[in-house]
Ligand binder design. Structure first.
Ligand SMILES: *Cc1c(COP(=O)(O)O)cnc(C)c1O
Length: 368
């Protein structure tokens, strides 16, 4: 059965952009230039202008963006990197990949973001960097995390995979640390139709290091200077992203409208916690994630699925409880509670009010 209300409606987006996508794709096919090249250069310029940063470096994925950011900053074996356990695995995987140790710190229950007090308490002489994640499109507390980083001379890599276009006190997310690491995974607010990622930075030397690392550690072809990666964005994805970028603000605005409508129609649902927005945060609702306590979440999800409503649990297992990191034997109660209770509802720029009404009716019935 085709879902009546999909979690994310990419089909409508593709249909809406069909003509310009065709034109952009055909132009790349005719150009014969498929990896990096003028389309990727143009995307980098346009994203840098959109964010208001000096440099944008387009990569293969958001995961590579995190790895390459850490490598460019010289983070490696023996170093500790503070991050959240309530995120997609890639955030911590990148830390482990460069040989450093992830240090998981519990989250603020209302925003699901890294708790700055606990982050402060986790700093040791080996701490080199901190990776805040703007989860679901809501900014982490970059004022307090920025203060903490300055006080202890730590690098900051923002994981902006879920928050392209979001702001913190008027400032663009992804421009507040040494690097902003973006993902163009198809489901993200600015998604390609394949894998892609990008690093944003104001620092010319860091940008150059990232460019070198994405091309096998070479500035000049066949003159490799360090061991790098094959992490170049391809021209087709860049062309597709250039068609979509001009729509991003409008689409994020529509996500906010959908969130406001959810808030209205779900306000009186007993026992459901709706997403919080901190003052000064422009949320971009990558996900609209509610909490259903008292062990009822999974049953509610099943009931919604039975009515053709797509939902997802981001994330069912906090990273410190995954087989990879279980040996750390950590207890992080806020993240563990979130993993038990969260449910992300259908969201996106093409979500219609009637569909949201269906979601609300199904939730009401499931919770009765
Ligand atoms: C999607 C995502 C990533 C990884 O991005 P990819 O492009 O899929 O490699 C990293 N961190 C977070 C929080 C994400 O949501």
């Amino acid at each position: 059965m085709r879902e009546r209300v999909p979690l994310l409606d990419l089909a409508s987006e593709v249909e809406f952009l069909w003509e310009p996508l065709q034109g952009a794709i055909q132009e790349v096919l005719r150009s014969g230039q498929f990896i990096l090249g003028p389309e990727v250069d143009a995307l980098e310029r346009e994203v840098a202008a959109y964010l208001g940063v000096r440099h944008a470096v387009a990569l293969n994925s958001g995961t590579d963006a995190l790895v390459i950011a850490l490598r460019a900053l010289g983070v490696g074996p023996g170093d500790e990197v503070i991050t959240t356990p309530f995120t997609f695995f890639a955030t911590a995987e990148a830390i482990s990949h460069v040989g450093a140790s992830p240090v998981f710190v519990d989250i603020e229950p209302d925003t699901f973001a890294l708790d700055p007090d606990l982050a402060e308490a986790a700093v040791t002489p080996r701490t080199r960097a901190i990776i805040p994640v703007h989860l679901f499109g809501h900014a982490a507390d970059m004022d307090r995390l920025g203060d903490l980083a300055r006080a202890h001379d730590l690098h900051v890599v923002e994981d902006v995979a879920q928050a392209f276009g979001g702001r913190f006190h008027g400032r663009m997310l992804g421009t507040l640390g040494d690097f902003g690491a973006f993902s163009f995974f198809p489901s993200k607010n600015l998604g390609a139709y394949g894998d892609g990622g990008l690093l944003a930075t104001d620092d010319a030397a860091l940008a150059e290091a990232a460019r070198m690392l994405r091309a096998h550690g070479s500035r000049r072809k066949y003159y490799n200077e360090v061991v790098g990666y094959n992490s170049r964005l391809d021209a087709l994805q860049a062309a597709i992203l250039r068609v979509k970028l001009p729509h991003l603000d409008e689409w994020n605005r529509r996500r906010c409208e959908a969130a406001a409508y959810y808030r209205e129609i779900l306000a009186d649902l007993p026992g459901v916690v709706l997403p919080a927005v901190r003052p000064g945060v422009d949320h971009v609702y990558h996900q609209y994630t509610i909490r259903i306590p008292n062990g009822r979440r999974d049953a509610v999800q099943q009931a919604l699925a039975g009515r053709g409503i797509g939902t997802m649990v981001y994330y069912p297992v906090p990273l410190h409880q995954l087989p990879v990191y279980r040996h750390m034997n950590l207890s992080l109660p806020a993240a563990e509670a979130a993993a038990r209770e969260v449910l992300s509802l259908p969201m996106g720029p093409f979500l219609r009010r009637e569909q949201q009404d269906e979601v609300a009716a199904a939730l009401r019935q499931a919770l009765w």
